[in-house]
Design a binder for this molecule. Sequence first.
Ligand SMILES: [Zn+2]
Length: 255
Amino acid sequence: MDVSNGKVDWEQAGSAAADAAEAMSDSPAKEKALGRELSANLAARFGLLQDEKATRYLNLVGLSVARKSERGADGWRFGILDTAAVNAYAAPGGWVFVTRGLLKRVHNEAELAGVLAHEIAHVERRHSMKALKAGKLLEAGGKAAKAAGAKGSRLSAAAGLLIKLTDKGFSRADESDADARGMALAGAAGYAAKGLPDALEKLYGDDHEDKPLAAFGKRHPKLADRKRALDAALKTAPEKGVWNPKRFRLGLSSL
Ligand SMILES: [Zn+2]
């Protein structure tokens, strides 16, 4: 706020207040718009795999889990990023991506459903929006807020921050929340709840030997910590559930 000739710059004060309000407010429309920008960024960075059969199968598995979420079946999209790196991403609004490298690592449909359920849980619990809000409030007094306040670029600046946050990964608390909720969602969809912990074993691998896995480990908490919590959750999970190894092999046979 500029108070140099004894006068208050009300315009600037108003814009600072608007920035703070902007950081606090959100709507499903804004969430969707941000998710679209993040998705476009991921697709541009890695390329979207143009494999209709595999993508259709991924959507079949993803939707069967997503329809058990609080958001129901509407508005979800699942896509394959064309890279050998092993990773999975959730964008606000309902976009979920897995990499070609990740699909090569998991062994059956229950494992894939577990990974997708974890990402679906990030979206359902609005972890990105929460991180974005915290990040924006931190920046509110700084240079970044000024840039973000420039007319017309507000959403893109927020998307830029969201992209940075996405590359860093979620907080440990949000990761274990997504693990527990993901396991429950996959179980509710009829999958073996052990799919997620089994998938994680394969996704972490040994970073020293396998470069493509490094990306996954960097964005996620230590496997041992996650496994401890997941093993505890497994004790109360329903015992039965499908693995569908055959349908998995057929669905992704073109990869
Ligand atoms: Zn996660």
